[in-house]
Design a protein around this ligand. Structure first.
Ligand code: LLP
Length: 430
C-alpha cells in the first residue's frame, strides 16, 4: 500500500521516515504530541500548480487557515506565492513571514471595519466581498483612507461540490458568497461606489473535493456572469476559482493539481477567456500530506473477550498522548486519518480505538485500527499538515503541540511546545 504523503513519507525497514528523517527519532528528541512537516513536500505541491499554470497570468494564493505557522508561510512566500487570508490575524502572520501584501486576497463573510482598514493600509491585492452589505462599509473605510479598495465579488455558484456537508460552501444553503442571481446587481453597486474598484470575480465551492466536474460547473457559472458584468461595462480582470482540491487520506483518488489546472485552463480557452488572469486558493492540497502528528502510546485497555459481537464493551482502547484538542478533524467531521506505527512491530496486532486523554467520548483519532503496539511506542497520524495545528485548542488546559519542519538535511523547531503558564498568563484573580 502506498502511504498518503508518499513519496516524502516512506517506510525504510520497520521505520517510518518523512523526507529521510526518522519519525521515531524526532518524536523522542522533541517530545509528543508533535507535528512534523516536510518543506520539500510543500514546495513540490506548490510547484505542481505553478508548472501547470506556466505561461498564463496567474497567482496561487495559499489558504493560510490550513496551516499558518510562519515557517510554512515563509515557504510559499519564497516560492513566489500569494495568500488567501480571512482575518487581520492571518494578515499579520503573512507580513511577519515575509509575504507580499500585493499578493494577498482577503476572503471571509465577516470582515470588520478595523480589519478592512488594516488590509487597505497594508495594500492587499483585493477583497473577496461576500455580501452586498459589505460594500458600503468597505467603500467608507477606503474613502476615509483616501484610497480605492480593490474588490472581487465572491459568487455562490450553487453547485454541489459533493463533499462533507460541513465543508461544502458553494450551495445556496451555505452562508458564503453572493447568490448568483444577485451578483450583477451587486457588481453595478460596487462599480458605482467611488471608494471601490472592481477587479475580479471569485468563488470557493468547498473543501476535500475529489472530482473536477464541480469546478467546471462553477467556472461555467462564473464565466456566464463575467460576460454579463462586462457587457454592463464593468471590467473584470481576474477569475479566482478558490481552493478545495482534496488529498488522499485513505483511498480517495482526487485529481492531481496539474489535471485540475489543465481542465480549468481548457475550459477558459474553450469559452474565449484564455488570457484572463486566474487565481487559485489551495490550502489542504499544498500542506495536508506534507505533515504528520506524532503521538506516544500511553496505555492499552483491552476489551472484554466474553462480550457479544457488536457489543461496545468489547472495544479495545489505545490511549495516546495526542487528543482532539491537537487534531479535531476525526471528532468534528468523523474524518478518517491513517495511523501508522513509527516503528513497525512484528505480528498481526489488535483492533484498537485510538483515543486521547481528553474527557469526551468524542475524543478519538481513529477507530477500529489494526495495530501491533506497546506502551511507549510512537504513532504517526498521517495527512495532518492541514487543519491540524490551526484548529488546535487548549481544551482540558492542554498546551498546544510543538511543530518541526524538516528541510533536506535540516531539522527546524518552528514552534516550541506551549507552556502551561502561558495558558493563563492573561487571566487575573479578583
Ligand atoms: N478559500 C476559501 C475562501 C476557503 O474558505 C477555504 C477553506 C480555502 C480557500 C481553502 O480550501 P482547501 O484548499 O484547504 O480545501 N477544517 C476543514 C476544512 C475547512 C475549509 C474551509 N475553507 C477540514 O479540516 O476538513
Amino acid at each position: 500500500m502506498t502511504l498518503p504523503g508518499a513519496p516524502f513519507l516512506a517506510r525504510r525497514g520497520a521505520g517510518l521516515e518523512l523526507d529521510g528523517h526518522s519519525l521515531d527519532e524526532l518524536a523522542r528528541r522533541f517530545g509528543t504530541p508533535l507535528f512534523v512537516y516536510s518543506r520539500r513536500a510543500m514546495r513540490a505541491a506548490f510547484d505542481a500548480y505553478e508548472q501547470a499554470l506556466r505561461g498564463r497570468p496567474h497567482l496561487v494564493c495559499y489558504a493560510v487557515k490550513a496551516n499558518s505557522n510562519l515557517a510554512v508561510l515563509q515557504t510559499f512566500a519564497r516560492a513566489g506565492g500569494g495568500f488567501d487570508i480571512v482575518s487581520a490575524g492571518e494578515l499579520a502572520r503573512v507580513l511577519a513571514a515575509g509575504g507580499e501584501p500585493a499578493r494577498v486576497v482577503f476572503s471571509g463573510v465577516g470582515k470588520t471595519r478595523a480589519e478592512m482598514r488594516q488590509a487597505l493600509q497594508a495594500g492587499v491585492r483585493c477583497f473577496n466581498v461576500e455580501s452586498e452589505g459589505e460594500l458600503a462599509p468597505l467603500n467608507e473605510v477606503a474613502l476615509e483612507l483616501g484610497v480605492r479598495a480593490p474588490v472581487s465579488l465572491r459568487v455562490n455558484p450553487d453547485v454541489d461540490a459533493r463533499t462533507h456537508p460541513y465543508i461544502s460552501t458553494g450551495l445556496k444553503a451555505n452562508k458564503f458568497g453572493i447568490a448568483h442571481d444577485k451578483a450583477l446587481v451587486a457588481y453595478r453597486l460596487a462599480a458605482a461606489l467611488p471608494g471601490l474598484q472592481v477587479v475580479g470575480i471569485d468563488c470557493h465551492i468547498g473543501s476535500q473535493i475529489t472530482q473536477v466536474a464541480p469546478y467546471l460547473d462553477a467556472l461555467d457559472r462564473l464565466l456566464d456572469l463575467v460576460e454579463a458584468v462586462e457587457a454592463a461595462g464593468i471590467a473584470i480582470r481576474h477569475v479566482d476559482v478558490g481552493g478545495g482540491l482534496g488529498i488522499t487520506y485513505t483511498d480517495e483518488a482526487p485529481p492531481a493539481a496539474s489535471d485540475l489546472v489543465a481542465r480549468i485552463l481548457e475550459r477558459l480557452d474553450a469559452r474565449g477567456h484564455g488570457q484572463r488572469e486566474v487565481l487559485f486558493e489551495p490550502g489542504r492540497s499544498l500542506v495536508g500530506n506534507a505533515g504528520v502528528l506524532l503521538t506516544e502510546v500511553l496505555y492499552l485497555k483491552a476489551g472484554q473477550d466474553d462480550s457479544a459481537e457488536g457489543d461496545d464493551s468489547a472495544r479495545s482502547f489505545c490511549v495516546v498522548d495526542a487528543a482532539m484538542n491537537d487534531l479535531v478533524r476525526p471528532a468534528m467531521y468523523q474524518a478518517f486519518m491513517a495511523i501508522e506505527p513509527c516503528v513497525r512491530r512484528p505480528g498481526a496486532g489488535t483492533t484498537w480505538d485510538v483515543v486521547g486523554p481528553v474527557c469526551e467520548s468524542g475524543d478519538w483519532l481513529g477507530r477500529d485500527r489494526r495495530l501491533a503496539v506497546q506502551p511507549g511506542d510512537m504513532l504517526a497520524v498521517l495527512s495532518a499538515g492541514a487543519y491540524g495545528m490551526t484548529m488546535a485548542s487548549n481544551y482540558n488546559s492542554r498546551p498546544r503541540a510543538a511543530e518541526v519542519m524538516v528541510d533536506g538535511d535540516r531539522v527546524h523547531l518552528i514552534r516550541k511546545r506551549e507552556e502551561v503558564s502561558t495558558l493563563f498568563a492573561d487571566e487575573r484573580l479578583t
